[in-house]
Each structure stands twice: as C-alpha cells, then as structure tokens.
Write a protein that binds this ligand. Structure first.
Ligand code: ZN
Length: 192
C-alpha cells in the first residue's frame, strides 16, 4: 500500500507557544529640527538669514506642530495558542482564531517559537535591526526636510528678486511716460 504524503507542521494546534508580538508603538517626541519652536532660521552663504516654518514637523501645508511621531520597536515574547494553520507553498502561517472563524489574522511560523527564551532572543535581534532602520530613516527624513528649507529660501528669494526687478522696470516706464509728458508740455508752451 502506498504511503499518504504528509506535511509536518512545526507547532501543534492548541499547544501554547511564543510569538514575537506585533512589535511597535508610536510616541510623540519634540521635533529634533526646531526643538519645539516650530520655525527654523536658515543662514545663507552671503550671511542673509531667513526664518521659515519648520518643515520637519509640518504635515503638508498645515502649521508646524513642534513634535513628530516616532515609531518605537519593541518586540516582546507574547503567548500564542495556535487555533488554525495555513500552508501555502513554503509559507506556514498560524492564527489564534478557530478553524471556522471567518475573520482572522495570521502569523508567519518564522515568528513563532517553542520556548519563551528562544522567542526573547529573536525579539532582541529584531528590535536591534528595526532601531537601526528607524534611525537611518529619521536621518534621511531630516536631511530631506533640510533640503526643502534651503530650497524654499532659494525659490522665494528668486521670486522676490524677480518682482523687485519687475517693479524697477515698471517704475522706469512710468518715469519715462512722465518725462515725455513734461517734454510735451514744454513744447506746447514754447509753440504757444
Ligand atoms: Zn519642527
């Protein structure tokens, strides 16, 4: 008789194991760019200074907030009792919901462990990795926002210069009209 093929699942249904947990929460912290003042001063190479709304803690075109939301990564061993298992290709996922539940969330078997100790090691590794990513992301974000500030000064400064030039040209034209009129009057007087 041929043997029925079977797939070995890593954890038994109904037996308590450990999960690395969803691993994050958010926290509001004082803006690292403006220290909560909501504006920054940009000093250009020529010594001119400009005060701008802080782009780091500004969402879209709203007023700056003075604080930013930071993601804190904190995986902690969390008890988990498998209620159902799903196998799709190489992926094995478990859920705590029963096999008849219509709505459930499932966890990758890679994030589940037999013992709390094993799980704690995995949590620590994951937390370290996430903290490095987060620090890198924050630095990139800050650099991007600084570029925005420098760009704003450059952009608006350019518009001010253009308008000043236009104003000069416009005034000069008006003056020229005045001169013509004056000359015209003088001619009229002479002829008269
Ligand atoms: Zn700020």
């Amino acid at each position: 008789m041929e043997e029925t093929p079977c797939i070995k699942i890593p954890f038994a249904i109904g037996k308590k194991i450990w999960w690395t947990g969803n691993g994050y929460r958010t926290e509001n912290v004082v803006c690292p760019e403006c220290a909560g003042y909501k504006y920054v001063t940009v000093i250009q190479g020529n010594g001119e200074t400009y005060t701008l709304d802080c782009r780091c803690c500004q969402l879209g075109y709203d007023h700056p907030l003075g604080w930013i939301e930071r993601t804190i990564h904190e995986h902690v061993p969390t008890p988990f009792i498998p209620g159902r298992v799903e196998i799709s290709g190489q992926h094995i996922r478990y859920s705590e919901s029963g096999p008849n539940a219509t709505c459930y969330s499932s966890i990758d078997a890679e994030n589940l462990f037999e013992t709390e100790e094993e799980c704690a090691v995995a949590c620590e590794k994951e937390n370290k990795k996430q903290a490095e990513w987060e620090a890198e992301r924050e630095i990139k974000n800050l650099q991007g926002r600084r570029k925005d500030n420098a760009w704003s000064v450059h952009y608006w400064g350019g518009i001010v210069k253009r308008l000043e030039r236009e104003l000069e040209v416009t005034k000069a034209r008006l003056d020229a009209c005045g001169e013509h009129k004056k000359r015209g009057k003088a001619k009229e007087i002479l002829e008269g």
